[in-house]
Design a protein around this ligand. Sequence first.
Ligand SMILES: Nc1ncnc2c1ncn2[C@@H]1O[C@H](COP(=O)(O)OP(=O)(O)O)[C@@H](O)[C@H]1O
Ligand SMILES: [Mg+2]
Length: 175
Amino acid sequence: MSLAVHQAKLGLQGEEIADQIDAMTDSLRRIAADLRPPGLDDLGLEAALEWLVESFERRHGISVGLKVDGDIDGFSELTTISLYRIVQEALTNVARHANASEVNVDLSTDDRSCRLSIADDGDGLPASSPRADAFGLMGMHERAAQLGGTLAIKSESGVGVQITLVAPLARIRNK
Ligand SMILES: Nc1ncnc2c1ncn2[C@@H]1O[C@H](COP(=O)(O)OP(=O)(O)O)[C@@H](O)[C@H]1O
Ligand SMILES: [Mg+2]
């Protein structure tokens, strides 16, 4: 291959690479925006949850009790984002699937662990297995695992669904 052709080829590849980097930067920006819920950094976890719960109540007419108990300060950024996103996805599910009139969100700590529970008084999970493209509950399990914790989903027909995350403080607090 002549030098000129070689250089022309490299130039083209360079452009393609630049385009790809642009596209990657865009998608990274979108992912980062998704990872970092707006307001969470400024408000802190408790106020961000209050805001989330109030807008959910206004929008869906389902009343939500939010209780925060214990010392929830000093959680890592990954932890606050994960807790926020789990509550957000659980509430979205309640609005879409549950037929509930009430939800209780409880966040608490003891000397070892953090516990998050979201419980509704709706229909409970359907008997059939979820659609293959249902990623909400799966995502919650993944987020829990990332925190070194466990997520349990309890459901009783006509009583409702309760999602409970337990994660060890030693893992989720900023050292
Ligand atoms: N709180 C709930 N009450 C009743 N059913 C629920 C609830 N949360 C989830 N489900 C059921 O579990 C399925 C899977 O939920 P999810 O993984 O979040 O996917 P998606 O919300 O996209 O359907 C839902 O399609 C719904 O049938
Ligand atoms: Mg969902």
